[in-house]
Design a protein around this ligand. Structure first.
Ligand SMILES: [Cu+2]
Length: 183
């Protein structure tokens, strides 16, 4: 009699458990999947945290670069000498060799068109022409689709507007540029 009772209790609990477990498992899956796209950002955080000693107090400006060759942010305002961290996320479906983005802030004295033309020939150095490095205030590496790059720099102390560009060939011409205003 007892054994029969025990058996039926066990059977009942097992029968109850499996649908419960399945429900639990299926409830667990969607949030896990939802979190996956956020991972690159989250993964970048420990890295950023590690760099915080160098960029302490820096204000972060998040920019998205897309396959239509545009920045999501085309104007940045900074105080003279302010510490700025630009974090650029590349979103798109094209392979990195054909579509990648960077953020290159140029000195006020820079000849932007000349820089852009020289950049197109500088694939070996991530489209930053070595002979024109003196005109670069700050630059990130290239970010292919799904990648995040960042650079922390001190805004110029001289008030005025400074051009930033994506130096990947053709992108500046397509409108991938913006203005940093120091005031
Ligand atoms: Cu670009």
């Amino acid at each position: 009699m007892y054994r029969y009772l025990l058996c039926s209790i066990l059977t009942a609990s097992i029968a109850l458990m499996s649908p419960l477990q399945m429900a639990y498992a299926s409830a667990q899956t969607p949030p896990a999947q939802k979190q996956a796209p956020a991972k690159p950002g989250a993964a970048a955080k420990p890295d950023a945290g590690g760099k915080q000693a160098a960029s302490k107090g820096a204000r972060t400006v998040d920019i998205v670069g897309t396959d239509d060759m545009k920045y999501s942010v085309t104007t940045i305002t900074a105080k003279p000498g302010e510490q700025i961290r630009v974090r650029l996320v590349s979103k798109g479906a094209m392979p990195k060799i054909a579509m990648a983005h960077n953020f290159v802030l140029l000195a006020k004295s820079a000849d932007v068109l000349k820089f852009v033309n020289a950049s197109a020939m500088a694939r070996a150095t991530d489209f930053i022409p070595p002979e024109m490095k003196a005109q670069v205030i700050a630059a990130t590496a290239l970010a292919g689709a799904g990648e995040t790059v960042e650079v922390t720099f001190k805004a110029p102390t001289a008030p005025g507007t400074y051009t930033y560009i994506c130096s990947f060939p053709g992108h500046f011409q397509a409108g991938m540029k913006g203005m940093l205003t120091v005031k």
